[in-house]
Ligand binder design. Sequence first.
Ligand SMILES: [Ca+2]
Ligand SMILES: [Ca+2]
Ligand SMILES: [Ca+2]
Ligand SMILES: [Ca+2]
Length: 274
Amino acid sequence: MKYLNIKSVLAALTCITAGSVSAKNITINDLQASNSSSWYKGVGVGKEDQETEPGTAGSQSWDLEAFTLNGTSLKVYTGYNMLTGNNPYGTGDIFIDVNGDANWKPGADNGLFGTTDNSVFHYDYVVHFNDRRGIAVSGAYDVFRIADSSDVKFLETKFKAGSNPWVLDVKNSRSGLTKVADGNLTLAANSDWKIQADGTDLVGGSEKHPHYISNAIDLSFLKPGELNSQTLFHLTMECGNDTLVGRCPDAGSTFALLGAAMAGMAFLPRRRKS
Ligand SMILES: [Ca+2]
Ligand SMILES: [Ca+2]
Ligand SMILES: [Ca+2]
Ligand SMILES: [Ca+2]
């Protein structure tokens, strides 16, 4: 086990035990790989900054840049203004999966403009912006625990199907919604070209199209154990122009490494005896 890089194990562990250690950019690749000649293909963690989906508008004002996690505090970094929207499309909700079964990848639902449901996507919570005025939201949100059921309705995106879904359809969900928390999202603008998102670079900001940094969304509504290496966050806007996905990026390899390390430790004494 000499080749085991203890630094990488510790780095990964800080993510798993996110309840007690420093903030981390948890953005992963949204897997909507661009095969176009578009220049807006992505840099940084998860190749998500300076990236929008194939065939969509590529610019800072449509860019979702990063999720960071510090303990139970989730923050969103964007070029797209979630509060005002970007004409003619408003922000989506933040969908959360806590048991690794969400169909978050493109292709789960290829519809546009229609209604879909959670028997397709298997999300477990939604941070739902409940005060929508046209394409703008006030920032007020309810957090619902949602059943894995076709009764829980979502709306499909209106331009890019692979980004589905964009919002919880509270009115048309027959059952399966349990409100567990509420809060208010606020944004701080930073017009620097380059900023830091908890130790990682984000670029593309300007006076006209800054970076927007959200206040912390408190995830302490999650039950014990639900903030783990499989916990995943998904955000897009009404059109699906960009999708942002967050998850502890080293989690899988950490368990593999820990498993290997434990197997190795278990193995050594037996060898010595023989
Ligand atoms: Ca950017
Ligand atoms: Ca992006
Ligand atoms: Ca789930
Ligand atoms: Ca994206």
